[in-house]
Structure formats: structure tokens, C-alpha cells
Design a protein around this ligand. Structure first.
Ligand code: PTJ
Length: 243
């Protein structure tokens, strides 16, 4: 149990959620490693939502709220860290939620679905088919879910699937603390922020539903600038430490 007055309460709490998720079989062992990588990059951006990430979060809301068939793709880490935040975003945006795993087993699919449903998420069900142009089980998705989606939010995604979704003509939004990852570099909207900070912000922007602002963003948003700003932020954090 982490004391709430611990100066690093939030990151330690997230680490605990990932560890508990791994023990329960929700989070893949590889997901534990992925979380550690995320923590490193979070440290390097100062463990805050940087302004360019806030802009990307607003853009994500604009893209999701103006989409025909938006889908939020949920993996083990996302379910362990943010099941109820996914429910809030679903209610604010009307997006469908599909469980889509890299390390796919029937048992993990069921555990993650139950965790989401317990948190009030309406999870798509059905028979997954090999629609995504990838070898292995990462190709599997639902005909009425990711396959039919025009916009897919894929937090903590692996680069291959992000590229494959793009090849299928989808607009891809990702949340990834590593601005250098293949996913970050390939997605249409890259939110370089920690998942549990990013999701409530996107939800809030969806609730506000400022259509004029959405139109401006959809016209002017430049993801390259967002990535560049994240890298400059990291450089500045390091420069300050060297001073
Ligand atoms: O549950 P599964 O089977 O679908 O597997 C999920 C993992 C995460 C194991 C899988 O998608 C994977 O291997 O992902 P990668 O390629 O390691 O990419 C995950 C990215 O998310 C990395 O760039 C991390 O820096 C980043 N990341 C990790 N934790 C967070 C994060 N970004 C934002 N918030 C986090 N909490």
C-alpha cells in the first residue's frame, strides 16, 4: 500500500496497478516492461501534460467527435490503468470499445473484458476475423469494430499494428510517452502524455464539444510539430539538469 502523501504517489500507484494486473493475468509480462519504458519517458517530460500534448488531446477529441465510427482499442495495460476512464470517454464521445491484444489469449480477452464491464464500459463482442494485414493473432479484430472504424484510438500500441491500421485507411490516434516510437511517428495524432493523464483530458474536450474549435484544429493541426515539441521538451529538461 503506497501512502497518499508519498511525493511520488501517482507513478507508484500506476506501477502497483500494473503489477496487480500482471498478477491477475490482465497485463502481459511484456506489458510490465512496456510500462517501465513509459515511466522513463514520463520522467523525461517532467511527469506533466506538456502544452503540445494538451493540444494533441484536444485534436483527438475533435477527430473522435467528428468521426462516423470511432473505436477505442483497449489492451491489458490500458484496462489495468484506466478502465473507468475508458468508460468516461466512451460516454462522452459515443465511441465503441474493442479489446484488441498483442499477446492474445482467450483468458486475457475475458479478464480484460470483465474488468472493463465492471467499470461500466460497453465492450463490443462477436467473432474476430483476420482483417488487419499482419501475421500472427494481432490481425484479429471485429467486423463491426476496428474493421469498420474510420478512427481508432490505440493507446500504448505496437508500431506494426499502427502501420497496418493506417494501411487500412484509418485515422489513428495514439497515446505514447515515447515520441520516437514507430507508433508515435506513424500515427495521425500522437499524444505524448501518460495514459491516465491523457484520457480524462480527451473526455473533457469531448464534453465541451466546441465545434468551431474542432473545425479550426482539423484544418490546422500538425502532428510533426507536436512530436518536435515533445523532443525539445525532453532536451530542455536534460539541459536544465546539466546546468
Ligand atoms: O496487452 P497486450 O497483449 O496488447 O500488450 C500490450 C503491450 C503494451 C505489451 C504492447 O502493445 C507493446 O509491446 O507495446 P510497446 O511496443 O512496448 O509500446 C508501448 C508504448 O507505450 C511504449 O512506447 C511506451 O513508452 C508507452 N507507454 C507505456 N506505458 C505508458 C505509455 N504511454 C503512455 N502512458 C503509459 N502509461
Amino acid at each position: 500500500m503506497i501512502p497518499e502523501d508519498h511525493p511520488r504517489y501517482e507513478p507508484l500507484r500506476r506501477r502497483e496497478l500494473i503489477a496487480d494486473g500482471a498478477t491477475a493475468g490482465l497485463v502481459a509480462m511484456e506489458g510490465v516492461a512496456a510500462h517501465g519504458r513509459g515511466e522513463t519517458f514520463d520522467y523525461l517530460i517532467g511527469e506533466v501534460t506538456i502544452p503540445s500534448a494538451a493540444l494533441a488531446e484536444e485534436m483527438a477529441a475533435a477527430v473522435i467527435c467528428t468521426a462516423e465510427r470511432p473505436v477505442i482499442s483497449v489492451n491489458g495495460n490500458t484496462a489495468a490503468l484506466a478502465a473507468s476512464a475508458i468508460g468516461d470517454l466512451q460516454r462522452a464521445s459515443g465511441a465503441a470499445v474493442e479489446v484488441n491484444l498483442f499477446h492474445r489469449t482467450e483468458k486475457r480477452m475475458q479478464l480484460i473484458t470483465s474488468r472493463l464491464e465492471d467499470a461500466g464500459v460497453n465492450v463490443l463482442s462477436g467473432t474476430a476475423e483476420r482483417f488487419i494485414p499482419l501475421s500472427h493473432d494481432r490481425a484479429l479484430c471485429l467486423p463491426d469494430g476496428i474493421f469498420a472504424a474510420d478512427v481508432v484510438l490505440v493507446p500504448l500500441e505496437d508500431g506494426d499494428r499502427c502501420e497496418a491500421l493506417k494501411k487500412m485507411g484509418k485515422t489513428v490516434i495514439t497515446i505514447d510517452l515515447n515520441p520516437l516510437s514507430r507508433t508515435s511517428q506513424t500515427a495521425d495524432v500522437t499524444i505524448v502524455d501518460e495514459l491516465t493523464r491523457a484520457l480524462p483530458q480527451i473526455t473533457e474536450f469531448c464534453r465541451e464539444g466546441n465545434r468551431d474549435r474542432f473545425t479550426t484544429l482539423l484544418r490546422e493541426y500538425d502532428n510533426k510539430e507536436i512530436l518536435r515539441d515533445a523532443l525539445i521538451t525532453i532536451k530542455n529538461v536534460i539541459d536544465r539538469a546539466l546546468d
